[in-house]
Design a protein around this ligand. Structure first.
Ligand SMILES: Nc1ncnc2c1ncn2[C@@H]1O[C@H](COP(=O)(O)OP(=O)(O)OP(=O)(O)O)[C@@H](O)[C@H]1O
Ligand SMILES: [Mg+2]
Length: 359
């Protein structure tokens, strides 16, 4: 028998998988009605493809779900996306989506298309009714213009957009340059999406980690424990690489799902990455599972230096760190140039282990 999202949520509460949260509960009816509409209309041709004589069908407004970290926005979006019984749905991280759009624009311009966005939207809508975008962020005005117009083209073609964000639309690109140019985008968002705040007081991610061991040494045996933490925080998602744009380059996190990244020390500190890269990593992850931090010394000075920069960036951005290392923080770097500076890093590594740290 088909269950409503409210019923699915309630059975997950009953099984102990979720804690009952009135604020989350309150969002479910809106998602349920979007789901009903999608299931009833997914196979009909809508918008631009409806043909001359078909009765036009306008899709309902999508949803912009915003709120503090760990409140359950992505969990609710996944609950919804998984339950919608249509084949033409897609759930994607906002960064990955934008990267695709930029590639498409690039290819269209190369072919000499006058309006490069139209073919990108066309290709996207051909087989799509539901687009779920996780972690929407806008950090530059060009992206704002592209997304604004793209949302217009997608909704005109009958695509329903659901997205999560940590900020209300008015605060996207808050102190950005040329902010006035951004205001029409906010208006467009409000026109296409219902804005809904998830007002839960609980950061469930923090909650799940409270009391958990988060620093493991020696590193060798920590694998299963780290995998258990990964599964708990991502709902067992396999994870996929996340490419972050940094000054025209990309930095890759090898495994990412739902705000949680997993990488080895060597992935992040043995490559020529700098402060801007670590900043991008810190700004785009809530939890970093960092494996195999080795004993550091003058012989791997560059790696150690990058590690210090990485920890500083994570610390500033209040990212939760789960780590496996050769030894306790104070004994990771005990001799050679920079060992004095490392004291601060060791102290931060300690502080970041506290049950109430981050969030
Ligand atoms: N009601 C709940 N009971 C127990 N765990 C929950 C509940 N809601 C969410 N969680 C868990 O808490 C963690 C954080 O939730 P989620 O990733 O959905 O937060 P978010 O609002 O998307 O956060 P962010 O803004 O950082 O992306 C996930 O592991 C999720 O499964
Ligand atoms: Mg999220």
């Amino acid at each position: 028998m088909r269950k409503t999202l409210t019923q699915i949520y309630e059975s997950r509460v009953a099984s102990g998988d979720l804690r009952a949260d009135p604020a989350q509960h309150a969002v479910l009816p809106a998602l349920d009605s979007l789901r009903d509409w999608l299931e009833q209309n997914a196979s009909r041709k809508i918008g631009l493809f409806a043909g001359l004589f078909a009765k036009p069908i306008t899709p309902p407004k999508g949803l912009y779900l915003w709120g503090g970290v760990g409140r359950g926005k992505s969990m609710l979006m996944d609950l919804f996306t998984d339950a919608v019984a249509i084949p033409n749905k897609r759930r994607v991280h906002f960064h990955a989506f934008m990267q695709e759009v930029h590639h498409g624009l690039h290819a269209a311009r190369k072919r000499g298309a006058e309006d490069a966005l139209a073919p990108v939207a066309d290709a996207m809508t051909r087989d799509l009714r539901l687009l779920a975008l996780d972690e929407m962020q806008i950090t530059d005005i060009t992206d704002a213009m592209i997304v604004g117009r793209l949302f217009q083209l997608l909704t005109a073609a009958g695509v329903v957009i659901v997205t999560t964000s940590n900020r209300p639309p008015e605060d996207l690109y808050k102190d950005g340059l040329n902010r006035a140019l951004f205001l029409p985008f906010i208006a467009q968002l409000r026109e296409k999406l219902d804005i809904c705040e998830l007002e839960s007081p609980t950061d469930y991610r923090q909650h799940r980690l409270t009391g958990a061991q988060v620093y493991f040494h020696p590193a060798g045996k920590a694998g299963p424990a780290l995998t258990a933490i990964w599964s708990d925080l991502t709902g067992g998602a396999p994870g996929e690489p996340l490419n972050l744009p940094v000054n025209g380059r990309t930095v890759t996190l090898p495994r990412f799902a739902n705000g949680v990244a997993r990488a080895t020390f060597w992935d992040l500190c043995a490559k020529p990455l700098g402060p801007a890269d670590f900043l991008a990593i810190a700004q785009n992850t809530r939890v970093l599972i960092l494996e195999d931090i080795p004993q550091l010394s003058a012989s791997n000075y560059n790696e150690a230096k990058r590690f210090v920069t990485l920890i500083d960036a994570l610390y500033e951005a209040k990212v939760r760190l789960i780590a496996s290392a050769a030894d306790i923080p104070e004994r990771l770097y005990i001799e050679g140039a920079g060992s004095f500076e490392f004291e601060r890093t060791a102290s931060r590594l300690r502080e970041m282990q506290a049950a109430d740290w981050g969030g």
